[in-house]
Design a protein around this ligand. Structure first.
Ligand code: MFK
Length: 550
């Protein structure tokens, strides 16, 4: 027998063990709502730490497979998903990981409930959050479009809990011309003579979750001008009643760094039937609701992956003995994890704050000012939490020493999967530019959203009486002042060059403000310490830079 055996990290009920989630929910939910939803969260926490986590480890080497031809020479383009994803689909439908947001049993707070379910579900399902995010975004986009035919056709499938009826949706935007400047898209939409139906011709270069039953996509109706305005948003169903692709050829699945369970395809649309969702123009504007929902999911996934890494790392620290004591008794190790915990807690409060605003927007209980704030905070939250997730995942792996670098611990996937979060759904730089765009004038008043941002941040500090939070509140105030004065003084070229640093400063500043607000409300010792630590790491990343010529 081996004289040295290392106990692996294990997970308990991921809801019961989550101080941050439980404490947050007890602040934002009325007590009766909290009681009503807790059972669903505990069930999901039980699955995430038990059956799904075990299946995830067992499924580690499986990947989706594309079969292009059958034995008789017929093109079939069949995708086989892995056992984990089959199970994840059923659990997602049955537990309403999308549906909860649309059932609205608790009004706008149903979005918070749904994000809490997604947060618990995501880290044990190898990014099954991708098809769910697009499904959620497609449901929201169709509902907003007012296209009753498509709403009646697709939305019931997207938001059902019935596993036999459940559909997922794709979001097909990226072409050979790239994923950021979508206005360059080359796919053509040809109108069928004498009807409102279209057929699509073009090549999509990065279509995530290709096993979905439907997709929302962009294409240019013949004769339309170039750019995003000349594109149209279209709805298509991927397969006919016999399961055959509708004039879609799947060339290959992408060989990606991470998200390897997600079947992401290169494909050609060769006369695929499609219908206009809204107008024959303004495709970028019309697909924006989908982008904003998937960006919310991106942030919720970021905090959920941080939380998973930390749950494993804290558990391991109690078991792993080195230099004569468990790591959990080693001051430097504990200090390192505490810094990661602070990053996670700060990110958590921002992601869920955006969920609260999204919920109020969906039930139309949002003020005009808060709608502008939501438009501004969605890119800020997505870009800030994406960066934090990669940093935390990298440090989590290091906290395991060599084991964190070894595949069959199940740990390296945390870093690979986190690395997609700052890339897809808008890179950090593209979203930093979107942040500047969102600041432009509304109702003829420039930077109105920023004024509301300032009000909300300062509002978080209003009732701070806990002396241990005073210094952190000062850090918020000075970062906010610096961001505002930088913006007021920056010329156009400096504004663009500094957009990332500015957006990250706004993101980290509001994260700290929300964390202080929560720590003051809960007077929870850990939350107070996390706020102090996050403040001491620093939130202001605007600094003067000299010009750089590559
Ligand atoms: C775990 C989570 C999982 C998520 C899984 C998803 C997997 C899917 C994988 C992918 O698809 S990755 C590729 C995703 N691609 C992107 O996210 C696109 C990134 N690029 C941008 O976001 C650019 O900013 C953008 C394409 C929108 C710029 O294009 P344009 O043509 O220069 O658009 P413009 O002029 O900025 O905006 C056109 C209109 O849309 C404007 O409105 P008006 O026509 O009224 O002036 C904008 O205000 C509006 N708009 C743009 N972005 C918006 C928006 N409105 C609301 N919210 C937004 N985010």
């Amino acid at each position: 027998m081996n004289p040295f055996e290392q106990a692996p990290p294990t997970l308990g009920n991921q809801y019961d063990d989550d101080r941050v989630l439980r404490s947050y929910l007890s602040r934002v939910l009325p007590p009766d709502v909290f009681i009503q939803i807790e059972e669903s969260l505990s069930e999901m926490g039980h699955l995430a730490g038990g059956e799904l986590y075990a299946l995830q480890l067992a499924d580690r080497l499986n990947e989706p497979a594309l079969t292009q031809w059958d034995a008789w020479g017929n093109r079939i383009d069949k995708i086989e998903l892995t056992p984990l994803w089959h199970r994840a689909e059923r659990i997602a439908a049955e537990h309403g990981v999308v549906a909860t947001a649309y059932e609205q049993k608790h009004g706008s707070l149903s979005r918070v409930h749904q994000c809490a379910l997604a947060y618990l579900f995501t880290p044990s399902t190898d990014i099954y959050s991708c098809p769910l995010a697009m499904t959620d975004g497609a449901a929201r986009t169709l509902l907003n479009s007012g296209n009753q035919v498509l709403i009646d056709r697709a939305v019931p499938h997207l938001i059902t809990r019935d596993t036999d009826e459940f559909w997922t949706a794709g979001q097909w935007m990226t072409e050979l011309t790239g994923g950021s400047d979508v206005g360059l898209s080359e796919t053509i939409a040809k109108q069928e003579p004498g009807s409102n139906a279209f057929r699509l011709y073009g090549r999509k270069w990065f279509t995530s979750a290709i096993a979905s039953q439907m997709a929302l996509t962009l294409a240019r109706p013949e004769g339309n001008p170039p750019g995003g305005r000349g594109l149209a948003l279209l709805y298509l169903e991927t397969r006919d009643e016999h399961g055959r692709p509708r004039n879609i050829q799947i060339h290959r699945l992408k060989d990606k760094l991470g998200t390897r369970k997600v079947p992401t395809a290169e494909l050609t649309l060769d006369g695929t039937p499609a219908q206009l969702v809204k107008s024959p123009t303004d495709g970028v504007r019309n697909i924006a609701p989908l982008l904003n929902i998937t960006r919310l999911w991106n942030g919720i996934s970021a905090v959920s992956l941080m939380r998973r890494g930390l749950a494993l790392s804290f558990d391991y620290a109690r078991k792993r003995v080195a230099f004569g004591a468990p790591l959990s008794e080693k001051p430097l190790h504990v200090d390192t994890l505490a810094t990661l915990q602070a990053e996670f807690e700060a990110a958590f409060h921002l992601a869920f704050y955006v969920a609260e605003l999204t919920g109020r927007s969906e039930t139309r209980e949002i003020s005009d000012d808060d709608a502008l704030l939501l438009r501004l905070l969605t890119p800020i939250m997505k870009l800030t939490t994406g960066k934090q997730a990669v940093m935390v995942a990298s440090e989590v792996l290091e906290s395991f020493g060599g084991a964190g670098y070894v595949e069959d611990t199940g740990l390296p996937v945390l870093l690979r999967d986190s690395q997609v979060l700052p890339i897809w759904e808008g890179t950090t730089n593209v979203l930093a530019l979107d942040t500047l765009r969102a600041l432009q004038s509304a109702h003829g008043i420039p930077r109105l959203g920023l004024r509301r941002f300032e009000e909300v941040v300062l509002g978080c500090l209003e009732n701070v009486s806990e002396p241990r939070l005073a210094e952190a509140a000062g850090v918020v105030q000075s970062a906010l002042d610096h961001a505002m004065s930088w913006l007021a003084e920056a010329r156009a070229d400096a504004l663009e060059a500094g957009a990332r640093r500015f957006s990250l400063t706004l993101g980290r500043t509001i994260e700290l403000a929300l964390l202080i607000k929560h720590a003051q409300w809960s007077l929870d010792d850990q939350a107070i310490k996390s706020a102090q630590r996050f403040a001491s790491i620093g939130v202001d990343v605007i600094f003067l830079s000299t010009d750089y010529t590559p």
